[in-house]
Design a protein around this ligand. Structure first.
Ligand code: NOJ
Length: 566
């Protein structure tokens, strides 16, 4: 196996690591692209990233202490999942105060410090905005619940039951219970798409909208560069509360399957997104969406008809594909051809890690590099989930008693919850993987001994070294940022190949999605290269001599990236 790092890349890597400290953060680059089109995003789950005070939970100062690592890796924006005051029923996705920091993570001063230190390293900070619901401990809900005539009553969705002990309709919470909870004080039910401790806000109420827009302003003024919007597809519900149709079969909680026709993806949500975008535009901010879609056409809708909704709706469909060249090619072709700038993710804090999803037990590291070779070289913005760059794997609980995520407790054993993909970042091979000096809130996976930042930084063949090199290549080669995506050799069942073509040059990416050696041949005449010559830029388990491009030899899951000239 050979990874080639050219001298030119080393020079650029060096320049990137040391240049630009404390420089202003421009909104557009020299070629007129918005900063978020070229930036590499990185998701930080703050509870699990770095613990600065030994309580076993990560915190903001911990994140600040790792900014140099992130910069060296090539990260330009971090999305921090909710760090606001919260009872932590859903580990922060139950917010009880949108304009403060939870003491477990630090203070507003720590946050300001993080933003200013990040800025010195040209890293922007994106927060997670839980738009659909608050915590049941939020003062808005406490007031709402206090009486039928309270000032905030209509900030949530309250309805009479259908009859004694009967909720208003058949809607189900995605977290395993009915979506309605009876409140004996006011003798009505409130609606919660997630846990009962997460009552849904009533986005039809103008006061709710105003309050939520003001929350975003508060953070923009503090230097936040944008938001990842949580659960946008459940913002609105049918006001008539029409029952959802049932579907055959049962879900992981054993309930009848249901088509969420009347409580998901209502057209009104697009007006709310347009309004949130208007406020974001006042500050040059970016909106990323947690956009669950089953078709590319649906994903397209989230950009807005005139590009006036989300700049970066995440392509979460990518996380559902089997490890197959055909499946990935077909999907990527469709996303690239669709309206808007693609946003690629291969996992997140709700989804099994890609290393565990795709690993075959033999080529696991090569498969992790294959995935990096793919989502970091496509036209679009990649979002890296922390730990993917070192090949972290899931560490799922083995008994119900160990589960922390409530859905894992409720749904055990069919649903084990999301603890497995949220384990502490593996910084070194020492105690607790260098994450904490205390007792980590989730157990450290055994793989931390081999897959950690310290060990992998010293190994030129590690997953981390490969990520770092691809990310530096991305910055160095304008074609990887700007170039159009041109798939080639499309009938190849095992190897995905594409060009990224721009006026500044052409890059060829070749990815072996199979466990066997492959030798694809290339004729790029139709793409304007009658006598194509190739210069290798980065390889893993692949070989081709520089010069006339004929075929490329790829070991199982090998990756080749080279520049093409005539
Ligand atoms: C999506 C978040 O990613 C997930 O972690 C959370 O539980 C739900 N939304 C509810 O906020």
């Amino acid at each position: 196996m050979k990874i080639r790092l050219h001298l030119r890349m080393l020079a650029i890597a060096f320049a990137l690591a040391f240049a630009g400290l404390a420089s202003a953060q421009p909104l557009k680059d020299a070629s007129g692209h918005a900063w978020w089109q070229h930036a590499v995003f990185y998701e930080v789950y703050p509870r699990s990233f770095a613990d600065s005070n030994g309580d076993g939970l990560g915190d903001l100062n911990g994140i600040t202490s790792k900014l140099d690592y992130l910069r060296k890796l090539g990260v330009e924006a971090i999305w921090i999942t909710p760090c606001f005051p919260s009872p932590q029923v859903d580990f922060g996705y139950d917010v009880s105060d949108y304009v403060n920091i939870d003491p477990i993570y630090g203070t507003l001063a720590d946050f300001d410090h993080l933003v200013s230190e990040a800025k010195k390293r040209d890293i922007r900070v994106i927060l997670d905005f839980v738009v659909n619901h608050t915590s049941d401990q939020h003062p808005w809900f406490i007031d709402s619940k206090s009486s039928r005539t309270s000032a905030h009553r209509d900030w949530y969705i309250w309805r009479d039951g259908k009859g004694l002990g009967q909720p208003p309709n058949n809607w189900l919470s995605t977290f395993g219970l009915s979506a309605w909870k009876y409140d004996p004080t006011t003798q009505q039910y409130y609606y919660h798409y997630f846990y009962p401790e997460q009552p849904d806000l009533n986005w039809r109420n103008p006061a709710v909208k105003k309050a939520m827009f003001d929350v975003t302003r508060f953070w923009y003024k503090r230097g936040v560069a944008g938001f990842r919007l949580d659960a946008v597809d459940s913002l609105f519900e049918d006001p008539n509360l029409t029952d959802n149709p049932f579907l055959p079969g049962t879900d992981k909680f054993g309930r009848p399957n249901m088509q969420e026709k009347y409580n998901k993806k209502l057209p009104e949500l697009h007006f709310a997104l347009q309004r949130l975008r208007k406020v974001a535009d006042e500050y040059g901010a970016v909106l990323i969406g947690e956009t669950w879609t089953s078709q590319v056409r649906e994903l397209e809708e989230y950009y807005g008809e005139n590009g006036n909704e989300l700049q970066l709706p995440m392509d979460l469909m990518l996380t559902n594909l089997p490890l197959s060249a055909q499946a990935f090619r077909e999907h990527i072709n469709a996303v690239d051809a669709a309206r808007g700038w693609p946003t690629y993710v291969i996992t997140n804090h709700d989804i099994r890690r890609s290393y565990s999803r795709y690993g075959d037990g033999i080529h696991d590291d090569d498969i992790a590099k294959l995935m990096a070779g793919l989502y970091l070289t496509l036209r679009g913005t990649p979002v890296i989930y922390y730990g993917e760059e070192i090949g972290m794997e899931n560490n799922d609980p083995t008994s119900k008693e160990d589960v922390k995520d409530p859905i894992g407790i409720l749904g055990w054993p069919r649903e084990k919850g999301r603890d497995g993909e949220r384990t502490p970042m593996q910084w070194n091979d020492g105690p607790n993987a260098g994450f904490t000096t205390g007792k980590p809130w989730l157990p450290i996976p055994p793989s931390a001994k081999t897959h950690n930042v310290g060990t992998e930084s010293n190994d030129p063949h590690s997953v981390l070294s490969f990520y770092t090199q691809v990310l530096h290549l991305r910055k160095m080669e304008p074609a990887l940022l700007e170039g159009v995506y041109v798939p080639v050799n499309q009938s190849d069942q095992n190897v995905i190949s594409y060009l990224r073509k721009s006026s500044a040059g052409t890059i060829l990416v070749v990815l072996n999605f199979s466990a066997t050696e492959q030798n694809p041949t290339f004729d790029l005449t139709q793409q304007g290269f009658a006598s194509a010559k190739v210069t290798g830029l980065l390889e893993n388990a692949a070989a081709v001599p520089d010069g006339a491009l004929k075929s490329i030899k790829l070991q199982p899951y090998g990756v080749f990236i080279g520049s093409i000239t005539n």
